[in-house]
Design a protein around this ligand. Structure first.
Ligand code: HEM
Length: 505
């Protein structure tokens, strides 16, 4: 043991000068530039007026402070302190790069609206490794536009009304019918149930996989491992979350590939009429995408389409539990919709019913404002930018922090309070839970529909309470550490479609 220590020490001493040299080089080329921007434009040109800030430690900069977990309804200590000290636009060193962080509503909008001109989407390489090089989060320019057009077609308002609304309702009822009918103290994870719903909905509509089938369940479990890797450090050696996620990616792609081959075989059979109206069928028939591109598109839509809306749903359940007045108003809205539906003799919700869910949309907005499912976005500066007196150099990273704007007390009164009534007047332009500009979330309308229809059946059929205290945290992905354990009690209601077999789908 002693010999081993001595050998390690002598090796360290041998490498020390090289380590010091590397640190010195890093400091003079990167950190010093950050501090005083001395090497910005040599000699004659004026020194750029960088936003104020500090570079933090060599290599890691301020990354650990920035990523420190904090409650989802707050911006966290790091952000609070930095904004208090430097203002809403500051510079830092994050994820190994010189970075400008923006908590400024105007700059955030400017960044998103100038995508491709001054700024460009730029997620860490680990995301590309896991979601694939053809994932929409990674693509830029024409390749991004092409993939986006396909996603928008899949999520168009025509499909939303005709196909997705009944599908959403069917999957919600499947989940709610599995909840314990009499309460009786049974407690379960609301976050898990929300994920089950959004995953099954996506798997069905992306590649016609049915809920409860062995293959769908296997894929869902594989996806949990996969997700842990998307948000972990990109350390690719056996045992790490990233390594496991890469393995999961391979098995998920294996399932999608098999589905694709089956479908191609069906389509090639003479006189065959393939009935599945899913994204896989559409991509195979209507697009010129390669097999590799289709695989990444399906995988990343499955990812984008189920993690975010399930978390928003869990947050809505959480916030409402703490606000009985809002539950009361929601229930009244949905009772009225259910009453009219009954008068029509309809067993399913219609698009017109959905459009009547006005207070529900206030609840959804408030949930997204306070819970901030997507906290910040990754962008790169592709041309020198001058904004509000600051120079933001080309090549730097820039992070528009959506959460900081949504929790800004100069824009929202009592920003830490859950107050859906604030949305009775129009949404301010600073509200951007779905991003903005050419990369505005392609699934925002579907997400709203999913949450609204879920809340409809939830408030008509159940009362719920937290079985244990829990709270959403930012890791930086938003998560309930205990999975949001709830206890439910079924409400006897003439409007219930949960027990009505004639409406079983
Ligand atoms: C409450 C739920 C959701 C939230 C808060 C949300 C938020 C976002 C945000 C902020 C972006 C922009 C990312 C960026 O600019 O870097 C985005 C992009 C995207 N979202 Fe969502 N999303 C939600 C639900 C969904 C759903 C249900 C789907 C699909 C079924 C979806 C599909 C997408 C896609 C495909 C993109 C990429 C758009 C592009 O790059 O052009 N999202 N989402």
């Amino acid at each position: 043991m002693g010999a081993m220590m001595a050998s390690i020490t002598s090796e360290l001493l041998f490498f020390l000068p090289f380590i010091l040299l590397a640190l010195l080089t890093f400091y003079t080329t990167t950190v010093a530039q950050c501090h005083g921007a001395r090497r910005w434009r040599p000699t004659k040109k004026k020194r750029p007026n960088l936003p104020p800030g500090a570079p933090g430690w060599p290599f890691v900069g301020e990354t650990f402070g920035y990523l420190r977990p904090h409650p989802a309804t707050s911006v966290g200590r790091f952000m609070e302190q930095h904004v208090a000290r430097y203002g809403k636009i500051y510079r830092s060193s994050l994820f190994g790069e010189r970075t400008v962080v923006s908590a400024d509503a105007g700059l955030n909008r400017y960044i998103l609206q100038n995508e491709g001109r001054l700024f460009e989407c730029s997620y860490p390489r680990s995301i590309g490794g896991i979601l694939g090089k053809w994932s929409m989060l990674v693509l830029v320019g024409d390749a991004h536009r092409e993939m986006r057009a396909i996603s928008l077609n899949f999520l168009s308002s025509v499909r939303l009304r005709a196909v997705l609304l009944p599908e959403v309702e069917r999957h919600i009822l499947l989940v709610l019918r599995s909840w314990p009918p009499s309460g009786g103290g049974a407690c379960f994870s609301a976050q898990h149930e929300a994920k089950k719903f959004t995953f099954n909905l996506m798997a069905r509509n992306i590649m016609s996989m049915d809920p409860g089938e062995e293959e769908t369940e296997r894929l869902r479990l594989e996806y949990i491992t996969f997700m842990k890797g998307v948000v972990s450090a990109p350390l690719n050696f056996p045992g790490t979350a990233y390594w496991k996620a890469l393995k999961s990616r391979a098995s998920i792609l294996g399932v999608i590939e098999r589905k694709m081959e089956d479908r191609l075989q069906k389509m090639s059979k003479e006189n065959s009429s393939v009935e599945e109206d899913d994204l896989l069928g559409w991509a195979l028939k209507q697009s010129n995408l390669s097999k590799e591109q289709i695989l990444d598109l399906l995988l990343s839509l499955l990812f984008a389409g189920h993690e975010t809306s399930s978390m928003a749903l869990a947050l809505a359940i959480f916030f409402l539990e703490g606000c009985p007045k809002a539950v009361q108003e929601l229930r009244e809205e949905h009772l009225e919709i259910a009453r009219r539906q009954r008068l029509r003799g309809a067993s399913r919700l219609s698009w017109e019913d959905y459009k009547e869910m006005v207070f529900t949309q206030c609840v959804i907005n408030e949930t997204l404002r306070l819970g901030n499912v997507v906290r910040f976005l990754h962008r790169k500066v592709i041309r020198d930018v001058h904004y509000n007196g600051y120079d933001i150099p080309k090549g730097w990273k820039i992070l528009p922090v959506l959460a900081a704007v949504h929790l800004d007390s100069s824009l929202y009164e009592d920003p830490n309070q859950f107050n859906p009534w604030r949305w009775k007047s129009n949404a301010p332009s600073s509200f951007m839970p779905y991003g903005g500009g050419p990369r505005l979330c392609a699934g925002s309308e579907l997400a709203k529909l999913e949450i609204a229809i879920f809340l409809h059946h939830l408030v008509l059929n159940f009362r719920w309470e937290l079985a244990e205290p829990d709270q959403a945290f930012v890791y930086p992905f938003v998560d309930f550490p205990k999975g949001l354990p709830i206890r439910v009690q079924r409400i006897a209601s003439e409007h219930s479609v949960l027990t009505n077999e004639s409406t079983a789908m």
